[in-house]
Design a protein around this ligand. Structure first.
Ligand SMILES: Cc1ncc(COP(=O)(O)O)c(C=O)c1O
Length: 414
């Protein structure tokens, strides 16, 4: 087949091909990753990348926008159907940009955000000091109960009364349980704060109805479009009509320039796929697979934050079962046998974020490949085997061979 990249740039063509091969030949278990369809991939690599379209459909600062208008309107309408939102902005380049759009729309610099601590499952864009959000706003944090691993809502309510935030942020990168959106909405109302629900990780699960939706209980909902929903890299903001103008102008011209229309096309195609009945099956299988993963890991003596999961990921705290094995060591040992996941901080973390005491494991991408609970249980045993014997060559070789077989049986793109 002709390959225009190879003809123009063999270096990049080789790297792209190697990455595609890496994805085919390893088991991707990074909870924030997935595999988009060929249709989404193709939509992202179109002539739409050439088009400037500052503004919004029907009100652009450039001519020639009639076709990209149709793309963006389609993405918006599909998103409204998927998430039941009044107003949708599909232009954020990423989940972080989506959060920035909401902060710029709703807050003044120096106002207070109350959000989940990073080591308890939160995200950098929820006010960490290395991120713009921690630099522009005052940040107060809430935590999970150290005994249960669940968010302590009474403590959160008390903290909200004490610090009087302008916004409470719910949503997480590594919290394995559902948020009680209603309770957080009530807590925010009681202190007259906005409630931003960041559903970056669970966008697809919420769209499919296999995870509760914050729509009724939050003023703003943000998300990523490439995690549990497979519509290519990007972000999205949803809100009531009352905030529409503020959100739109906070995204453009407030914090971004021209939208990436090729990515908006990817979102539209991926959202269209998610409206098909098969997507609901995919999302519920993803959660079923995560429960199967949790059950085996627990049986194998591993400690899971909160004891299990309600969604697509589990967070393993290695401190009790494997006190000498860091998250970094575990990530490296598993990567060597073709199981790719990430080290992660855990509640009460004492090691640095580059080392950590935990690993986060997700099932979204393997479910896309066709894995069911049976194959996931096999992988879960492999993970436990490697953690128990990270230096045992026979174990590593056996697991590696099984990973190769699984990859061959469940191709990503074939
Ligand atoms: C809760 C949460 N919000 C925001 C983001 C940021 O998304 P992005 O990487 O698209 O900026 C992430 C990324 O993992 C996340 O987990």
């Amino acid at each position: 087949m002709p390959d225009p990249i190879r003809d123009a740039d063999p270096t990049i063509a080789a790297a792209v091909e190697s990455e595609r091969e890496r994805q085919e030949s390893t088991l991707g278990m990074i909870a924030s990753e997935n595999h988009v369809s060929e249709a989404v991939l193709t939509a992202q690599g179109t002539a739409l990348t050439n088009k400037y379209a500052e503004g919004y459909p029907g009100a652009r600062y450039y001519g020639g926008c009639e076709h990209v208008d149709e793309v963006e309107r389609t993405a918006i309408e599909r998103a409204k159907s998927l998430w039941g939102a009044d107003h949708v902005n599909v232009q954020p380049h990423s989940g972080t940009q989506a959060n920035m759009g909401v902060y710029f729309a709703a807050l003044e610099p120096g106002e207070t955000i109350l959000s989940l601590d990073l080591t308890h499952g939160g995200h950098l864009s929820h006010g960490h000091h290395v991120n713009f959000s921690g630099q522009l706003y005052e940040v107060e944090q809430y935590e999970v109960d150290p005994k249960t691993g669940y968010i302590d809502y009474d403590a959160l309510a008390e903290r909200a009364r004490a610090v009087d935030p302008a916004m409470i942020v719910s949503g997480s990168s590594a919290y394995p349980r559902e948020f009680d959106w209603e309770r957080i909405g009530e807590i925010a109302d009681a202190v007259d704060a906005f409630h931003l629900a960041d559903i970056a990780h669970i966008t697809g699960l919420v769209a499919a109805g296999v995870h509760s939706s914050p729509a009724e209980h939050a003023d703003f909902v943000t998300g990523s479009t490439h995690k549990t929903i497979r519509s290519g890299r990007g972000g999205i903001i949803m809100c009531d009509e009352a905030y529409a103008d503020d959100v739109d102008s906070a995204v453009f011209p407030g914090s971004q320039g021209g939208p990436l229309m090729h990515n908006v096309a990817g979102k539209a195609v991926g959202f269209g796929e998610a409206l098909e009945p098969a997507f609901e099956e995919y999302a519920s299988r993803t959660v079923e697979n995560a429960s199967a993963l949790a059950a085996v890991l627990r049986d194998r003596g591993l400690s899971l934050v909160s004891g299990g999961t309600d969604k697509h990921l589990v967070l393993v705290d290695l401190r009790e079962s494997h006190p000498d094995l860091t998250g970094d060591d575990a990530e490296a040992a598993l990567s060597d046998v073709g199981i790719v996941l990430n080290k992660n901080t855990v509640p009460g973390e004492t090691r640095s974020p580059f080392v950590t005491s935990g690993i986060r494991i997700g099932t979204s991408a393997l479910t896309t490949r066709g894995f069911g609970p049976e194959e996931i249980e096999t992988v879960a045993h492999h993970i436990a085997d490697v953690l128990d014997a990270p230096d045992d060559d026979a174990t590593l070789e056996r697991v590696s061979e099984s990973v190769d077989d699984l990859c061959e049986s469940f191709p990503v793109y074939g």
